[in-house]
Design a protein around this ligand. Structure first.
Ligand code: SF4
Ligand code: SF4
Length: 437
């Protein structure tokens, strides 16, 4: 059993990552490669209706076709790297809805990553340093404990209440940080013991990928994963040397830092099959040949033969399923959460309307482009208000944070969970022996 892999088109920027790393290029070579890849776009416009930023403002420069033309114009020397050009490229969520809709298979994600990296190299040194510094704070080993401690302090000292009283949550920039800070507060309780029931699937020795900030953002989902995997008889290690997957760096123009993180994780997971909870992290891990068998926990649990001794209690509630862009367009497995949750008897599953459009979280986008992020979140919240589910599930950490914030601010009583948390909860509901995380 191995996860399905999306195939890439035949293009210089669609080559396997290891191959691309083996060819150090100068700025002129990179510009040529960008121009050649952008030239694959035939300007048909079929991607436009799929683009959330184009749908929002109907501007050509905010569409995939427009962005490709801007990259090409800059790479060929016809357009300067002005703040306006950078703004149009930075407004891109890298949701890849355009890439999946494109008939000529333009590798839009790789094109945008490389364009951002090339543009960042042209910025003053202090800007690059600043970007590295805040990404390091977010994605280092210390990031999750700091976020958890900071979130706790923020609430305990009354600062969160004061910020709310001052109307900070309604302001785009400070509001984005506030919305995240109020959700952090603890780290997962992880027992590293491997005392588990017998292995259900021969040869599958799993390593749970924890991510970076996800440890502070979704401690319950990590604990639930361990409970469910071990209850089903799988051996699960938690490699101590693992770290951030590098996706935040790659999409912020720092591919070398991203590749370094992939190499570290490849070493940490040697001899193990990685399994992860966050679709964006999994998509990034799969770029590395040594990690391309990384399992999405929903797909793994959906496809596994469950022992008869692990039934799930019925859940006669409406559950809405949000499908993150990384789940749909990078992992190319939009049914994973549905397939898993259908195991729960009596559950009423519903796809969140407009699942094909990004919620606005998009990694660090919710912090960097809070106005657009909030606008995109607004339509998800409106759909949720109309659907009125008891629970909303999503398979990506950033989306979970963003949607939780939106649900709270709209005053909706909808619980936001990872699908595996719901599975663990229904196992517990039957009062089975709890192996503990
Ligand atoms: S990646 Fe998403 S936001 Fe960016 S151009 Fe494509 S569809 Fe639009
Ligand atoms: S669908 Fe593809 S070829 Fe057509 S405009 Fe969009 S990116 Fe270009």
């Amino acid at each position: 059993m191995s996860p399905a892999q999306p195939s890439g088109p035949d293009d210089p920027l669609a080559a396997p990552i290891a191959q691309r790393q083996a060819q150090p290029l100068n700025q002129a070579d990179i510009a040529l490669r960008l121009a050649q890849t952008a030239d694959r776009c035939v300007r048909c416009g079929l991607c436009l209706p799929h683009c959330p930023t184009y749908r929002h403002g109907r501007q050509e420069a905010e569409s995939p076709r427009g962005r490709i033309a801007l990259i090409q114009g800059w790479a060929e020397g016809h357009i300067a790297a002005s703040p306006r050009l950078r703004g149009h490229l930075d407004n891109c969520l890298e949701c890849l809805a355009c890439e999946t809709a494109c008939p000529t298979l333009v590798p839009f994600g790789n094109l945008m990553d490389e364009a951002r990296a090339a543009l960042l190299r042209q910025t003053p040194w202090w800007r690059r340093l600043l970007r590295r510094a805040w990404l390091l704070a977010l994605a280092s080993r210390a990031g999750a404990p700091l976020a958890a401690g900071g979130g706790l302090l923020y609430r305990a000292t009354g600062l969160a209440g004061l910020a709310t009283w001052c109307g900070l949550p309604r302001r785009p920039s400070g509001g984005a940080f506030h919305r995240l800070a109020v959700q952090f507060g603890r780290l997962p309780r992880i027992r590293r013991s491997r005392h588990a029931p017998p292995v259900a699937e021969a040869g599958l020795r799993l390593g749970l990928f924890l991510g970076c900030i996800a440890r502070a953002a979704q401690p319950g989902a990590i604990e639930a994963s361990l409970v469910v995997l071990r209850r089903l008889g799988l051996i699960v290690d938690i490699p101590a040397a693992q770290g951030c997957c590098g996706a935040l760096h790659r999409h912020n123009g720092l591919p070398a830092a991203a590749d370094q993180r992939l190499r570290r994780n490849a070493l940490a997971f040697a001899g193990l099959t990685p399994v992860g909870l966050a679709s964006a992290c999994l998509a990034e891990l799969r770029l590395k040949p040594e990690l391309n068998q990384a399992w999405d926990i929903c797909r793994l649990l959906a496809d596994l033969d469950w022992p008869a001794a692990a039934p799930l209690a019925p859940l006669p509630l409406r559950v809405a399923v949000h499908v993150p862009c990384s789940q749909r367009n990078r992992l190319r497995d939009e049914d994973a959460a549905f397939d898993l949750l259908r195991r729960i008897p009596a559950i009423e599953l519903m796809a969140l309307p407009d699942n094909a459009f990004c919620c606005g979280a998009a990694g660090t986008y919710l912090l960097q482009r809070p106005v657009m992020a909030s606008a995109l979140l607004g339509s998800k919240i409106a759909s949720l208000a109309a659907l009125a589910p008891a629970i909303l599930v999503t398979t990506n950490t950033g989306c979970a944070l963003h949607l939780t914030a939106g649900v709270r601010e709209a005053g909706l009583s909808i619980e936001v969970l990872h699908p595996v948390e719901l599975i663990a909860r229904q196992m517990r509901t039957l009062g089975e022996t709890e192996p503990g995380p």
